[in-house]
Design a protein around this ligand. Structure first.
Ligand SMILES: Cc1c2[nH]c(c1CCC(=O)O)Cc1[nH]c(c(CCC(=O)O)c1C)Cc1[nH]c(c(CCC(=O)O)c1C)Cc1[nH]c(c(C)c1CCC(=O)O)C2
Length: 369
């Protein structure tokens, strides 16, 4: 078995570095394009590979996970400028000793969610061994880098600490966030200890994904918008800040020479945009609640912006897709600098892959003008 600690230097040379150049702040020929959840259930070839398997079983099989990662890159040949490793944000809670299953039609389900002080203490006392529990993730990244053959760079990712806490406490998806709100408003100090531990694991996991071969990183704060502005400052922002500052330092200690770009996606956290642009991330990904012109003004050239059309446009007509792509790209300043095309959130299982192709083609056409 390969050791996850050694940096492999003989991956195939990168042929498309558009997204990396953009993230360095360079002026480029057109905006790079990728899509959150670009692999998965809307693709018939995904179901063929999944073939009734359990979701986490699929993630943990390097051969199959790398195949699924490559599917959108192959299908939309030349239209997508980055791959994202096929895995899930919930692998961190798993590595922290929690049992999570993915139930079809229901989403993630935790066997024993954190509900009491004792539950928190148990997780705090759990000894995390990433190289053992997530060895499959590093193997999967390494194999995917080989199979990508330098076509496009590969993203590693994590869920941000607050979003992971939500899942660990609610035990799955939620609408009212009753249990996590109860805990943060009853035992804030203990919750901070837990968020700090999740952050430590998240930092380590991001760095080890890079050591295994990830060339850029995205942090998903999908439940950011469930916090008030004041609570975001307390329960999300400090941990995002620590991740953005510590990962580059730790990577140097790991012997990684290249600067690894990092993107933060904090969904519905509109009140935090100015603060997010001031952290040490290279890009901020926006959901569709943002007017690109206003976001560009607030950013004021500090970072690259990514996003942000409502993925729901894919259910619409080609004429309207074109119109909205045009509006998006021009409002982000034409797309030749500091801009990456994406949706404001992930694809849905019901989307027509050919409509997504049309969207990507239009982004190329309009972004090249
Ligand atoms: C919140 C979150 C999760 N996982 C993720 C997030 C952050 C992004 C977001 O906000 O959507 C991140 C994620 N999940 C998945 C990826 C793989 C790479 C890619 O984007 O193509 C990524 C980057 C695969 C997946 N993760 C999941 C699937 C579907 C599982 C299946 O095939 O049955 C996939 C392809 C399952 C998952 N995973 C999660 C939920 C809530 C669910 C169930 C709901 C749903 O089905 O959308 C947690």
């Amino acid at each position: 078995m390969t050791s996850s600690l050694t940096i492999k230097k003989d991956f195939p040379p990168l042929k498309n570095d558009l997204i990396l150049r953009t993230l360095k702040g360079e002026t480029v020929e057109r905006p790079p394009c990728w899509i959150m959840r670009q692999a998965g259930r809307y693709l018939p070839e995904y179901h063929e590979v999944k073939n009734g398997r359990n979701f986490f079983e699929l993630c943990q099989d390097a051969e199959l996970a790398s195949e699924v990662t490559l599917q959108p890159i192959r299908r939309y040949e030349g239209l997508i400028d980055a791959a994202i490793i096929f895995s899930d944000i919930l692998v961190i809670p798993q590595a922290m000793g929690m049992n999570v299953e993915m139930i079809d039609g229901r989403g993630p389900v935790f066997q024993h969610p954190i509900r009491t002080v004792q539950d928190i203490e148990d997780v705090l006392n759990y000894e995390v061994a990433l190289e053992k529990s997530l060895l499959w993730a590093f193997d999967s990244i390494r194999l995917t880098r080989m199979k990508l053959n330098g076509e496009v760079p590969l993203f590693g990712f994590i869920g941000a600490p607050w979003t992971l806490l939500v899942y660990m406490v609610e035990g799955g998806s939620s609408k009212i966030f009753r249990f996590v709100k109860e805990l943060i408003n009853t035992y804030p100090e203990l919750i901070h200890k837990l968020l700090n531990k999740i952050t430590d694991v998240a930092i380590e996991f991001l760095c080890k994904q890079v050591v295994a071969g990830a060339q850029l990183l995205q942090v998903f704060e999908s439940w950011g918008g469930e916090l008030s502005s004041m609570d975001f400052d307390e329960f999300s922002l400090p941990y995002l800040k620590r991740i953005s500052e510590t990962v580059p330092q730790r990577l140097k200690e790991y012997g990684v020479e290249d600067k690894i770009p990092m993107i933060i996606f904090a969904k519905n956290s509109w009140y935090a945009l100015d603060k997010l642009c001031g952290l040490n991330f290279d890009a901020v990904s926006l959901d569709w609640s943002w007017d690109p012109t206003y976001a560009t003004k607030i950013n004021n050239g500090r970072v690259t912006l990514q996003g942000n059309l409502d993925p729901g446009i894919i259910y619409g007509s080609e004429e309207i897709i074109s119109k909205k792509v045009e509006h998006m790209i021009t409002s982000f300043g034409g797309g030749k600098r500091h801009y990456i095309v994406n949706f404001g959130h992930g694809t849905h299982p019901f989307m027509d892959p050919e409509k997504i192709r049309f969207f990507l083609q239009e982004c190329h056409r309009i972004g090249s003008q």
